[in-house]
Design a protein around this ligand. Structure first.
Ligand SMILES: [Zn+2]
Length: 79
């Protein structure tokens, strides 16, 4: 019986990481440096600042998707 190597809270038996931390490891493998940038820029704030940052990021993503959709529709002559 051992503790998870990352969170040091969950108990693990055969593996070194618990399920939640394995997910984090997977995201690190996928996004590499971006994970560190997001954690530093989003989580290193107070709760209100975190919520504002999440809202702003979601808003920007939504605006970008709408822009890309409009551009795609314009290329295909669909309005
Ligand atoms: Zn863990």
């Amino acid at each position: 019986m051992f503790s998870c190597a990352l969170c040091e809270k969950e108990t693990v038996y055969v593996v070194s990481l618990c399920n939640k931390c394995r997910r984090i490891k997977h995201l690190l493998n996928l996004y590499d440096e971006r994970v560190y940038e997001v954690l530093e820029s989003v989580l290193v704030r107070n709760v209100e600042g975190q919520n504002n940052k999440v809202d702003n990021v979601l808003k920007k993503d939504l605006e970008k998707r709408e822009y890309n959709l409009r551009k795609k529709n314009k290329l295909n002559n669909i309005e």
